[in-house]
Write a protein that binds this ligand. Structure first.
Ligand code: SAH
Length: 255
């Protein structure tokens, strides 16, 4: 038996990787994070005889018990998480448990919601001259953020910042961000990026909280902040600069 920890993408089933689809089709057991994974993915690709579990209703012990029940059997388990597996997916504790049990596993990456949100905004996050750094973070909730990573410290860097799991605390988020960014810094909130009911809200640090509350957005959204969102005053890339040479082509002006 082998477990595949799969990043199922941000929501749109077409954002699944080919590898994810192959594994979900083959799996005798599918456990998906029902709070965020699009159920259409399971309905469309899981085998009709597969055992399906919604992990939103299970604790870690119960999930591991499902794994244990299959341990001696052949076949595979598809453990389907939202977005990419590397961010806020709680897979490490499951892999650690698999190590103690000698259970084989593999991780299949997926399209994170921050990638789908950037695409929805038609936004490159790393614009020369404005920002070459993207910070991925969250505000403290049930899971605490280490004090040195508090939003008010990170805000001082003034990079592009993507804030997960925090839309329900938008007032607190904005207050902390104002410790570093100017009030007129552009902010976008993307709700359900890549889903049919996706919503994009644009504003500034000064206006975004009211707009979010007006639309009653309380979950499944990302806050993206940074000067790059203005899409103005950035420098053109060196990569395609006609006067700049790269390993693969010669620039027009020779030094
Ligand atoms: N591993 C996931 C993140 C899981 S944490 C990923 O890579 O995207 C759950 C948080 O992700 C949500 O609270 C929300 O902030 C964000 N999120 C997940 N799917 C989203 C989507 N389609 N649109 C916007 N935000 C989303």
């Amino acid at each position: 038996m082998k477990i595949y920890f799969i990043g199922a993408g941000a929501g749109d089933p077409d954002l699944l990787t080919l590898k994810a689809v192959k594994i979900i089709k083959k799996a005798g057991v599918v456990i998906y994070a029902g709070s965020l994974v699009n159920k259409v993915i399971i309905d469309k690709y899981a085998d009709k005889d597969a055992k399906i579990y919604n992990s939103a209703k299970l604790n870690l012990d119960q999930v591991c018990r499902v794994y244990l029940k299959q341990k001696k059997k052949d076949g595979i388990i598809a453990r389907v998480h939202t977005g990419d597996t590397s961010l806020y997916s709680a897979i490490q504790e499951q892999m650690q448990w698999c190590d103690t049990q000698g259970i084989d596993y593999e991780v299949i990456p997926g399209v994170s919601s921050f990638c789908a949100a950037s695409a929805a905004l038609k936004q490159e996050l790393t614009l020369p001259g404005l920002s070459q750094t993207v910070i991925i973070t969250r505000i403290s909730g049930k899971t605490k953020v280490p004090a040195r990573e508090d939003l008010k410290h990170l805000a001082n860097i003034k990079a592009v910042m993507i804030i997960f799991l925090s839309i329900g605390h938008i007032d607190r988020v904005v207050k902390k961000l104002m410790a570093g960014y100017k009030n007129k810094t552009p902010v976008a909130v993307v709700y359900k990026a890549s889903w049919p009911d996706e919503i994009i809200i644009r504003g500034t640090l000064a206006t975004i909280a009211d707009k979010v509350k007006e639309q009653k957005i309380g979950r499944q959204a990302l806050v993206i902040v940074g000067e790059a969102l203005n899409k103005k005053n950035f420098k053109l890339s060196k990569l395609y600069d006609k006067n700049s040479s790269t390993m693969f082509r010669c620039g027009e002006i020779k030094k």
